[in-house]
Design a protein around this ligand. Structure first.
Ligand code: FMN
Length: 368
C-alpha cells in the first residue's frame, strides 16, 4: 500500500483525490463572534491545505441551538454563505477536495451557547461533570432538524464545497439518537435498535436527496461514526455493524470511523484484542471506502494505518503541529516528534484560541 499513498484515489462517484491522506475535521474555537469564519482560521487551513488529498473542515451547526462550541463558525443560515465560500475556496486552492462537516451538538452543548435550550432525543444528561439536562425534541422539531441538514448541504453546494460529512460521531445529536443511553424515546424515533437508527438514516436521506437534485454527480457525502460508547447502556460494535449495513445501502461516498488510535482495540470489552478499525473494514467489505484515523504521527504509523485496510487515513494533531507533515513524509523527512508549542503557533498559523483550548482538552499534544 505504501506506494499507493501518494497516488490519486477515485471514489465510486468519480471524485478524485490527489492522494490518500485526509485532514480530519478539527474545531478551532476561533471563528468570529458573528459566526463567520475568521482570518485566523483561513490562515490555519491555508497553511495545511497543500499536502492532503481532502480537507474536512471543523464541524458547523445546522440550526442555531445546535451550536457546540464558543468560536464555532456557523452554517445554519444563508447569511453565512460568503463566509462558507471563503473557507471552501481556501481549502481547495492547492488541489485538495473541501468537505464541510455538518452537525447538531444536542445534549453536548451548553445553555449559554443555545439560548438556554439544550435539546436531545430524550431528557437525559450526558454522564459528564456539569452537563446540562436537555429537553426532549418533539417529532415536529425532529423533522425540522433533518430538514436543516439538507438546507446546510444546499449551502455547502452553493458555497463551492466538494462535499459534506455528516457528523454522526463523538456523542453529538445524531449519535445521541442511535445511542440507547441518550435515546429513551418510545415513539417512532426510539426504542429498538432499528428505531434508534431512524434519525441518522433520515438525515442521510435528506442530505442525499438535495445532493441528487442540486449537486454534480461527483459531490461527496461522507458519514462519520463512533464505533462504540463507554456509557451503559451504550453503542456496541454489534450496533455499529448494524448501522454500517444500513448506511452502505445509501448513496454515500465514504464512511469515516472516529478513533483515538488507528489500531486501537475495543473500549467496551478489554478482553477483545482485535483491532476495531480492521474489524470495521472487514465488515464493510468494500461496500464503501473507510477513512481511519487516530494518533498517526510518523511515516511508519501512516503505513501501519493503511495496513489495517483503510482506503484513506486522516492525520489530525500531527498536521496541526507540522503543517508541512504530508510534504515531509513524501520527501522522507523525519516527522512525528513535534508537540504543539506556544513559540511555534505563529509560524504554524495556529489560532491562539485553538492553542489555549487544546491545552485544556488535549494536554498531551502541547509542549508548554
Ligand atoms: C482540536 C481538535 C478539534 C476536533 N474537532 C473535531 C470536529 O469538529 N469534528 C470531529 O468529527 N472530530 C473532531 N476532532 C477529532 C479529530 O477529527 C480526530 O478524529 C482526532 O483528533 C484523532 O486524530 P489525530 O490523533 O490524528 O489527531 C477534533 C480533534 C482535535 C484535536
Amino acid at each position: 500500500m505504501t506506494d499507493q499513498i501518494f497516488q490519486p484515489f477515485i471514489f465510486a462517484n468519480g471524485a478524485q483525490l490527489k492522494n490518500r491522506i485526509v485532514m480530519p475535521p478539527m474545531t478551532t474555537w476561533s471563528g468570529n463572534e458573528d459566526g463567520t469564519v475568521s482570518d485566523e482560521e483561513i490562515a490555519y487551513y491555508r497553511a495545511r491545505a497543500g499536502g492532503v488529498g481532502m480537507i474536512i473542515t471543523g464541524t458547523t451547526y445546522t440550526v442555531a441551538n445546535g451550536r457546540g462550541f464558543p468560536g464555532q463558525f456557523a452554517g445554519y443560515d444563508d447569511r453565512f454563505l460568503p463566509s462558507l465560500a471563503k473557507l471552501a475556496a481556501t481549502a481547495k486552492e492547492q488541489g485538495a477536495k473541501a468537505i464541510l462537516q455538518i452537525f447538531h451538538a444536542g445534549r453536548m452543548s451548553m445553555p449559554e451557547l443555545t439560548g438556554n435550550d439544550v435539546v436531545s432525543a430524550s431528557d437525559i444528561a450526558a454522564p459528564r461533570p456539569g452537563a446540562a439536562c436537555p429537553r426532549a425534541l418533539s417529532e415536529e422539531e425532529i423533522d425540522g432538524i433533518i430538514e436543516s441538514f439538507a438546507a446546510t448541504t444546499q449551502r455547502a453546494i452553493s458555497a463551492g464545497f466538494d462535499g459534506v460529512e455528516i457528523h454522526g460521531a463523538n456523542s453529538y445529536l445524531i449519535q445521541q439518537f442511535f445511542s440507547p443511553h441518550s435515546n429513551r424515546r418510545n415513539d417512532a424515533w426510539g426504542g429498538a435498535r432499528e428505531k434508534r437508527a431512524r434519525f441518522p438514516l433520515a438525515v442521510v436521506d435528506a442530505v442525499c436527496a438535495v445532493v441528487r437534485s442540486r449537486a454534480s454527480k461527483d459531490f461527496i457525502v461522507g458519514y462519520r461514526f463512533s464505533p462504540e460508547e463507554i456509557e451503559e447502556p451504550g453503542i456496541t460494535l454489534d450496533d455499529t455493524f448494524y448501522l454500517i449495513d444500513q448506511l452502505t445501502q445509501k448513496p454515500l461516498t465514504y464512511l469515516h470511523a472516529s478513533l483515538h488510535q488507528y489500531n486501537g482495540t475495543s473500549l467496551r470489552n478489554q478482553d477483545d484484542r482485535h483491532v476495531v478499525g480492521q474489524g470495521l473494514h472487514r465488515h464493510i467489505a468494500g461496500r464503501l471506502p473507510l477513512i481511519g484515523v487516530g494518533s498517526v504521527k510518523t511515516a511508519g504509523e501512516l503505513a501501519q494505518a493503511f495496513d489495517c485496510g483503510y482506503e484513506l487515513v486522516a492525520v489530525g494533531r500531527a498536521l496541526i503541529a507540522e503543517p508541512q507533515w504530508v510534504q515531509k513524509v513524501r520527501h522522507g523527512e523525519a516527522v512525528g516528534h513535534q508537540l504543539i508549542s506556544r513559540a511555534s503557533i505563529k509560524d504554524h498559523s495556529m489560532p491562539q484560541k485553538m492553542f489555549d483550548t487544546m491545552k485544556i482538552y488535549f494536554p498531551a499534544s502541547i509542549a508548554d
